[in-house]
Design a protein around this ligand. Sequence first.
Ligand code: PLP
Length: 373
Amino acid sequence: MIPIARPLLGAEEEAAVLRVLSSGLLAQGPQVALFEQRFAQICQVRESVAVSSGTSALLLALLAHEIGPGDEVITTPFSFAATANVIRLVGATPVFVDIEAESYNLNPELVEAAITERTKAILPVHLYGNPCNMPRLQVIALAYGLALIEDACQAHAAAIDGQAVGSFGTGCFSFYPTKNMTTGEGGIVTTNDPTLAERVRLLRNHGQKERYQHVDIGYNLRMTELHAAIGVAQVEKLEQFTEQRIANATLLTQYLHDMVLTPVARPGYRHVYHQYTIRVPEHDQRAHWIEQLRARGIGTAVHYPCPIHLQPAYRDVPKSYCIGNRDETDEYGVPHLPVAEAAARQVLSLPVHPAVTRADVMTIVREVQALCR
Ligand SMILES: *Cc1c(COP(=O)(O)O)cnc(C)c1O
């Protein structure tokens, strides 16, 4: 079976974990500090704060930007639910803006229509590892005085004209096992703003400036030394992992682009292919494709089958908080976000991770070609 995701862990990670275990220092030690320093270098930022997950990173970024009840945050409906969940967990309201059909990312041309006097932040997602149009979003954020928080949980080492994602705004990354690099569970916040970094550090650790000096009400969302040690080993391999993902994606596109819609990156955009996501030409065929590919030893996944604004947990979010490119509603008055909804019916991710060999790629190509005939 060619799985849809597989973490690549080796002797380096194993040795690093054993070193931490024998040191006896399991929390808040040198590995976390070293990992933060290495990851900040990757993102070309001054500060980074390691936390317990990507969700923790997003939550702390929102809190550090002082986003809370009564505030609105503009985001995409086409992402993992955590992106919008954190907005609601701090008491704010997500405002869903439709996506671009080609990149699957938040459509910057629709963002201004969604801004109100309650808007506090824009939270775009670099979906599948493809950077959002950050230069455009930066201009809008600056013009309206909004925070820009990047959900870069799928986009380690992605860049626009050489500038790393996570450095355009406040960056939030995840190190869950399926991501482009892993620590088991883990996350990090990246920023060039030392004051913001300090606030995230406080909130991560019970608001303690010094031990038992609580200047704020915080959480325990720390990363352990064991996780950080794995991260230090993984970050060394990130560039090699990324190049392998790009090579696999390039090969897949070379053979599949005239049969199915393959991923598109704008010129100068470094897409790091967290997922290699195609559109199944006839959306009613997707279940058949998944079944056929599985029978031939190819794992696939749908990212994501239901846009967030249509999730049961989002029924109570006012439907006026959906901004699409057409003023259309269904028979119940629920506005459509037509681009995201069409994508949710058609997308299918194929294996692209660095454990996929050239022979695996050719197997995937052959089987997808067979389905197109
Ligand atoms: C994985 C992911 C998250 C959450 O990260 P965790 O580490 O699982 O908490 C958030 N947003 C996106 C887009 C993700 O892919």
